[in-house]
Design a protein. Structure first.
Length: 244
């Protein structure tokens, strides 16, 4: 598949609210139905493998209604995503791995499901969780937006710090640094902390695995290094439970 045009890439980076990040086996009708109902006039990213897992659910909902099919915008990033996806796919479900990587290409937060969160926990990719409660739709929308700020505010610094760890081949350094960031950054979610026990936001790290698998050092050029940024995700289930 040919890379998308730069004009479309710029539009999506500017306008995406998040990237739908389920497991292929999830109940897409439930999650997609909620997102469509609540975000009819917003832009949400989705990967090709997720659409292929449930094509009927996404019928008439692509091309900005509200979903956009995400692709790497350059040949170099296409190759980089492929390499990283293959490495991470040994540890987590491959479509979820691809979704995480493309969320970084588009500097967007993930919209996780209970299933995908569990998958990431089992693989040791979750470095910190914000637990609390979502009381209503207004709170859900606010904290989905704040999760986007978490990704963007740390985007450049997280790449630069990752490059240092890759150069020194220190996977543990990435985990420690990103855990420390998450603990500090989580203060921005003060409105929901202590108001429940559900995980609302998950801070992730995949770079330590890429270092361990000797792949990260192939992702340090000026384009593919964005695949080393730190992902974060908002968990949809508490929001759906609170708002129906």
């Amino acid at each position: 598949m040919a890379p998308i045009g730069l004009e479309e890439y710029v539009f999506l980076v500017r306008n995406l609210r998040g990237v739908y990040a389920p497991l292929p086996s999830d109940d897409h009708g439930r999650y997609v139905g909620w997102l469509v109902k609540r975000y009819r006039y917003r832009d949400i990213g989705v990967t090709d493998c997720t659409v292929e897992a449930s094509p009927n659910v996404f019928e008439d909902r692509l091309s900005g209604k509200p979903f956009h099919l995400l692709e790497p915008p350059t040949r170099s990033l296409e190759k980089g995503v492929s390499m990283a996806e293959e490495a991470l796919g040994d540890v987590i479900e491959p479509c979820l791995a691809r979704t995480i990587l493309l969320s970084l290409v588009y500097a967007s937060p993930l919209y996780l499901t209970a299933g995908s969160l569990g998958e990431l926990r089992r693989a040791g990719l979750v470095v910190y969780e914000v637990k609390g409660g979502i009381p209503d739709l207004s709170s859900a929308r606010l904290h989905m937006r704040i999760t986007g700020y978490t990704v963007l505010d740390y985007y450049v610094e997280s790449v630069r710090n990752a490059l240092e760890a890759v150069e020194k081949n220190k996977a543990e350094a990435v985990l420690m640094e990103r855990t420390g960031f998450a603990e500090k950054d989580s203060r921005r979610y003060w409105r929901i902390v202590g108001k429940g026990e559900e995980t609302i936001v998950a801070y992730l790290d995949h770079v330590h695995l890429l270092i361990e698998k000797d792949v990260a050092k192939k992702l340090v050029d000026p384009e593919t290094r964005i695949l080393l940024a730190m992902p974060a995700g908002f968990v949809l289930d508490p929001a759906i439970g609170a708002t129906g």
